[in-house]
Design a protein around this ligand. Sequence first.
Ligand SMILES: NC(=O)NCCC[C@H](N)C(=O)O
Length: 394
Amino acid sequence: MESEVGPLRSVLLHRPGDELKRLTPRNNDQLLFDSIPWVDRAQEEHDAFAKVLRGRGVEVLLLTDLLQAALEDPRARVAGVHAAVDNRRLGDDLADSLRSYLSGVDAAVLGKVLMSGMTFEELPASEGASLVRKMHHPHDFAVDPLPNLLFTRDSSVWITDRVAIASLAMPARRRETALLDIVYAYHPRFRGAVRAYGAHSAPIEGGDVLLLAPGVLAVGVGERTSAAGAESLARSAFADEIAHTVLAVPIAQNRATMHLDTVCTMIGRDAVVMYPLARESLVAYTLRPGEDGGLRVDGPAPFLDAAAEAMGIDRLHVIDTGLDPVTAEREQWDDGNNTLAVAPGVVVGYERNVETNARLEEAGIEVLRIAGSELGSGRGGPRCMSCPVARDSV
Ligand SMILES: NC(=O)NCCC[C@H](N)C(=O)O
């Protein structure tokens, strides 16, 4: 895969499940949700999203199915148990007994524990007194749930024919990458998939990575991806010869702009939809391979200029959402800029972003609208909820 907009062939989604039922008003901030989703409705909205994609000929792969199939491999099972059990939280005794319980359950149960977590009251009964068990509230998590699995964009990224497992910044999301690692290592479909980047390197999240053109990446640097992450992704992409230019783009360090794809996504080969304030202010540092295996860093320059130059085009067109500042801010918060292209000029967007969608259509873009009242409670739109695995060239 070398673009954001080539006809989408295959995509990885996660249909939200019981992990969302773990969210309460006491833990939702820490688990990175802004409210408590109505789970059945979120599933209906997600099914509709998947249906729109299938309707456009896209193969939809669901993370739960892939993980369960991968966990049939005994080596994956060992990795799964390892990923679920944290000695630092449980103490050695309880950790040992949970490990031996999970080693005996089937792939479906292990997959469920890995995604939805486990409370202390759900732990298998065991004889002997554990101070840890006694001192925890029954509803505390012995294994944390992963409600943000829904946002498959962030945990892994395909660049050409390589897959990079991200290095997630927020504690609530870090364990997601262990699940992706198991899928890519042990699911027969991905046997032989070559890796890019290293999962334990500096923070990189997929929502910050845009494939602007073949060989050209833009990487947001802000609340999630660090400058060190952008630099080491560039180094590794140059070494693997999957990119020749990386633009490091500083973005404001706050929740509304947690990833670059919250303010800018590609909708055509040379066009983006962009939050008006970002249009004026975004800049980029240009990274290219330097002498003796080093990096050359130029800039900063205005993002749109640096991008056009790196992409070898005259101009990167911006769909000027033309909104008044308050509407623009509301629709940016509701992921109006977070569209998923299924082909050049055809994008999936949340229906609620009425003004942004209208402007996209005025510019000749087809907008496939989906409902997101519940899905959006985790602050992510169609791009965040999808990890393209294969696209045709544009
Ligand atoms: N690419 C994206 O912008 N992903 C959205 C992630 C939302 C999730 N609740 C998070 O805070 O990480």
